[in-house]
Design a protein around this ligand. Sequence first.
Ligand code: BDR
Ligand code: CA
Length: 311
Amino acid sequence: MTTRVFVDCDPGIDDAVALAYLSARSDVEIAGVGAVFGNSGVEVTTDNALRLLELYGRPEVPVAWGASRPLVQPPRLAPHVHGANGLGGVELPAPAGKPCEESAAELLVRLARETPGELDVLAVGPLTNLALALALEPRLPDLVRRLVVMGGAVRDPGNVGPHAEANVANDPEAAEVVFEAGFTLDLVALDVTMRTVATAEWLTELSRVPGERAERTSEFLAFYSDFYTEILGERQCAMHDPLAAAVLVDPHLVEGSYRTPIRVELNGTFTRGMTVADLRPRPSKDERHPVRVITDVAEADFLGRMLDSLR
Ligand code: BDR
Ligand code: CA
């Protein structure tokens, strides 16, 4: 069975690996890609999405330009993590293709309406495009089969603040709209992504894989792993976005999860952008539609599949 997926992303180095993971699969149709500001400005992330789909052998996938800023706050980018060009300073050839006429939100809504109940959505950037799509089509949660979000930090610390993770913190209002909307939603938060890291051995193994795809990706990851080495104290890096892609297309990799409603703190002097779950040991009175928070995955299997996708 083919999985039909719309990818909303801000490439971004781990976004790039997520695109590689999906592109390598003959059982995955990437129906469209939406770009959003985040790791870089949207003009850069859109251009990178085009370049990456050409690198990974999916030049036919429509790429749509999305939001250039969050719904309320000013944008905050991450050149220190992903490089000024979003790809660790690695220059891929200029794309042959160009973005489609529709916005990312319009493309997502059109694709969802075309095949009601069949489209999956992978969101690995700020959730602004999804919030805009919900404004265009409030029935989106019924039209898509499943949404997998890389974002948030439920029990674990944040990465852009004590409690806030980048994708949620980069547009808390949009994230709150998405968590409220009633999607069948898997949340791949820092709780699992910071425990499922690419090791030094994995990075070395990738550096020995011949071919354009693996070589360029290894170069992106050299920049990205420098950032993580500083934080984690040894040479390794979190693979946030590819792990979310794996949860979507390889659901059997999930070994632990729990269900809870999620709310996003929109005020808070120290907690704006925090993903809040009521985890007190009694049935929650929160009537919001619960999401599935992923806590454990088959790590070795995931790392092997990620490497295979680049071979
Ligand atoms: C998330 O933030 C971005 O920098 C990464 O691409 C990932 O989607 C991790 O917090
Ligand atoms: Ca991302």
